[in-house]
Ligand binder design. Structure first.
Ligand code: DP6
Length: 357
């Protein structure tokens, strides 16, 4: 059976109105790095949904004569933003077969981020999730019979077609995406919220240390491509599947020492893939490594389960339980802020997922 079929909207009709959604960023604990086909992941991944790092998107929609391509205007933080058009064009081309009624509407899209654009924080996950949710409002306006479960699952499905990790930015507090036999109903098509989560992980903290606010020199999309033919690809995808299996138990029981070990291994494995691809590339900066060393010293001395993870960049995500906040905050201020560009960092924490505004 073609599983995608369930997401084809056959309802026809016109509608007019507006929709506003705020969708959070997410930080992967087990990383998605390598894809195939129509944005399917080579391995399953699991992430914390964040709270304060988010994108808010408003879409005003009105009927027009049907065209082959989706017709839209796009403004980012109050100004026209043609640099985003190629990504948006690709997104709309991919989703049109699933929401054909979009061809008969014009969309006026306005988007803004809660975090500075030049922070080095990837915004494609939150941006694509917020936009996908607005599109689902348009579908729901034409076809009010769709269930809330279908609405959110299809929003994640559409978001994935914009950016893989965006599939994990609809729900919270932890979301898995990609087929894995230990995860109920897991799918390459959309993300699902994890059910059995130890209370410690529902309030986990993520302080994002902004080491390098410059633009990424290597896009995630290229990084994924470099996993094709990568000498360690098979081992990496197996490792990720095994880490997913282990992490499920850890998240359920709250075994923090295992959490630290697993999450740091995943972050370093991701960067090991970059270091050993052809061409190779290094996204960590000297300050990234200084921060990692300082975290490990602090952990050894205090026994506080503070750990780090990285995404495709130089910034460091510091992960720790909410109960440790009082002890971690002065350490961040004295030992880590000096390694941040202009002393900048973002205090974030695990969140519940996207919100309709
Ligand atoms: C390192 O989702 O940005 O953040 O699907 O090409 O848009 P595309 O890639 P993207 O890749 C995210 C990579 C990562 C790991 C992760 O979030 O799992």
């Amino acid at each position: 059976m073609n599983l995608e079929k369930q997401f084809i909207c056959t309802a026809k009709g016109e509608t007019q109105g507006q929709s506003i959604w705020q969708a959070p960023s997410n930080i992967a604990l087990v990383k998605y790095w390598g894809k195939f086909g129509d944005q399917y992941p080579k391995n399953a991944s699991l992430s914390f949904t964040l709270t304060h790092s988010h994108t808010t998107t408003r879409v005003e929609f009105s009927p027009k004569k049907a065209t082959e391509k989706v017709s839209y205007d796009f403004r980012f933080e109050g100004a026209s933003a043609p640099q985003f058009h190629p990504k948006l064009d690709a997104f709309f081309a991919r989703i049109l077969p699933y929401v054909p009624l979009l061809a008969g509407h014009h969309l006026q899209i306005a988007s803004k981020n809660s975090f500075p654009h030049s922070s080095g924080i990837a915004s494609s996950a939150s941006a694509m999730a917020a936009l996908a949710l607005c599109i689902m409002d348009i579908e729901a306006a034409v076809n009010p019979s769709i269930s809330p479960a279908y609405f959110f699952q299809k929003a994640s499905f559409l978001a994935r077609l914009g950016s893989g990790s965006a599939a994990r930015s609809v729900a919270g507090p932890l979301v898995y995406w990609g087929e894995h036999s230990d995860y109920a109903c897991s799918s390459n098509l959309f993300g699902l919220p994890l059910d059995e989560v130890h209370p410690d992980f529902k309030t986990y903290q993520d302080t994002i240390l902004l080491v390098d606010r410059g633009h990424k020199k290597v896009s995630s999309t290229l990084g994924h491509q470099l996993m094709e033919g990568h000498p360690f690809a098979t081992a990496r995808f197996e490792q990720a599947q095994q880490n997913m299996a282990r992490l499920k138990g850890v998240i359920n029981t709250g075994a923090l020492d295992d959490f630290v070990d697993l999450v740091e291994t995943e972050a370093l494995s991701l960067h090991a893939m970059m270091l050993s691809s052809s061409p190779n590339f290094i996204l960590m900066k000297p300050h990234t490594l200084s921060i990692i060393e300082a975290i490990r010293d602090f952990r050894n001395t205090t026994k506080i389960p503070l750990c780090f993870t990285l995404d495709a960049g130089a910034n460091v995500h510091l992960l720790y339980p909410a109960q440790a906040k009082d002890k971690v905050a002065p350490f961040i201020a004295s030992a880590l802020v000096p390694f941040c560009e202009n002393g900048a960092y973002i205090d974030d924490c695990v969140g519940q997922g996207a919100k309709k505004m």
